[in-house]
Design a protein around this ligand. Structure first.
Ligand SMILES: NC(=O)c1ccc[n+]([C@@H]2O[C@H](COP(=O)([O-])OP(=O)(O)OC[C@H]3O[C@@H](n4cnc5c(N)ncnc54)[C@H](OP(=O)(O)O)[C@@H]3O)[C@@H](O)[C@H]2O)c1
Length: 319
């Protein structure tokens, strides 16, 4: 188990992504994935009130509704650390104080629970002052509806400004960051966010840990067609460097007896501020590969090899 920042939340070092529930995993498969995740020791689930409003026929909240049903039918709520987010639900957009209060209540209803363990501001809201958001997040914590707050997709400047506001007013401090970070998307996090996370004791919970499936090794050719709904998002990483990264993951994973996907997650977990990478599974069979990250520890040399093959700078091109 790992501790999230300065909170009292102890989590399995892999967070199960919830954007597949009501999208690429149907109702029955979603419940089966949640069962397999818990049976394998997982206790940390990531969702959002907006998942998956973008899928035709959905209106948002489908993922929370499935997780809430799973909590109630399986009696698993107390054994789970549930993270959800506000700002992108079509009916509850943005981070105004009023919206945060109403969106939190709606999430609690769908999740069939009386508290959210970790509540993220999902994206910045340029129309609301940070002071108003910080005050509203503090209020839902004081009311007992939320245990801890966190930030996702915030600029370094706004993370620092938000923390300064919390400190000046005695508001609940965020305990975690959820950035886009993986072996094919490193610089934004490593250059700008990691130093803040380190200094402010923020636990980092990276999303797209598998680059939408690319870092599982199932997209190996530039011309091959794939039937997965997210193939387009993953296939954009099929470049010469992307494929060299997958080859190196395969070699290192082979030395540890684990898969390419598990090795990609283990690289993230080896980074100092990372508490638990987030990855989703669209099928039950994929869950074991995700949970296996808890069984493998990469050596400093493994990490250095992966750092080297994945280094990329706009001015210098591929490493
Ligand atoms: N804060 C934010 O703005 C934000 C943004 C995006 C995501 N997130 C969070 O991060 C989570 C993870 O992101 P993601 O689900 O989009 O992408 P991801 O974790 O990078 O990729 C997961 C996908 O890879 C495939 N996969 C997983 N395990 C596999 C295995 N063992 N073998 C083969 N394929 C495997 C599955 O897709 P297929 O089977 O369909 O190929 C799965 O849905 C989301 O669920 C969400 O909770 C947050």
């Amino acid at each position: 188990m790992a501790r999230i920042g300065d909170s009292e939340l102890d989590v399995f070092p892999l967070s199960l992504g919830g954007n597949v529930f009501g999208w690429t995993a149907d109702h029955e498969e979603s419940l089966a994935i949640l069962d397999a995740h818990a049976a394998g020791g997982g206790n940390f689930i990531d969702t959002s009130d907006s998942y998956m409003a973008s899928v035709p026929g959905n209106s948002g909240g489908e993922s929370e509704t499935i997780i809430g049903e799973w909590f109630t039918t399986r009696g698993t709520r107390d054994a789970t650390v549930i993270a959800t987010k506000v700002s992108r639900h079509p009916q509850f957009p943005g981070l105004s104080g009023d919206n945060i209060r109403r969106a939190a209540d709606a999430s609690l209803g769908r999740l069939q629970t009386d508290r959210i363990d970790l509540y993220y501001a999902h994206f910045e809201d340029p129309n609301t002052p940070l002071e108003e958001t910080a005050e509203a997040f503090d209020a839902v914590v004081r009311e007992g509806k939320v245990r801890y707050t966190a930030l996702s997709n915030f600029s370094p400047e706004n993370i620092e400004a938000y923390i300064a506001i919390c400190k000046a007013n005695g508001y609940a401090l965020p305990v975690a960051l959820q950035p886009h970070y993986n072996l094919v998307h490193r610089n934004d996090f490593e250059d700008h966010l990691a130093p803040i996370a380190e200094r402010e004791h923020l636990g980092v919970v990276p999303y797209y840990a598998l680059a939408s499936g690319f870092l599982t090794g199932k997209y190996r050719s530039k011309t091959e067609e794939h039937d997965r709904a997210r193939a387009k998002a993953a296939a954009k990483y099929v470049t010469d460097q992307g494929l060299r990264i997958v080859d190196e993951l395969e070699r290192i994973g082979g030395e540890h007896g684990v898969s390419i996907a598990t090795t990609a997650l283990a690289w993230l977990l080896a980074k100092p501020t990372v508490v638990a990478p987030i990855a989703s599974a669209s099928r039950v069979e994929q869950v074991a590969d995700l949970l296996a990250v808890a069984t493998v520890e990469l050596s400093a040399d493994d990490v250095a090899r992966l750092d080297a093959v994945s280094a990329w700078r706009p001015s210098g091109g591929d490493a």
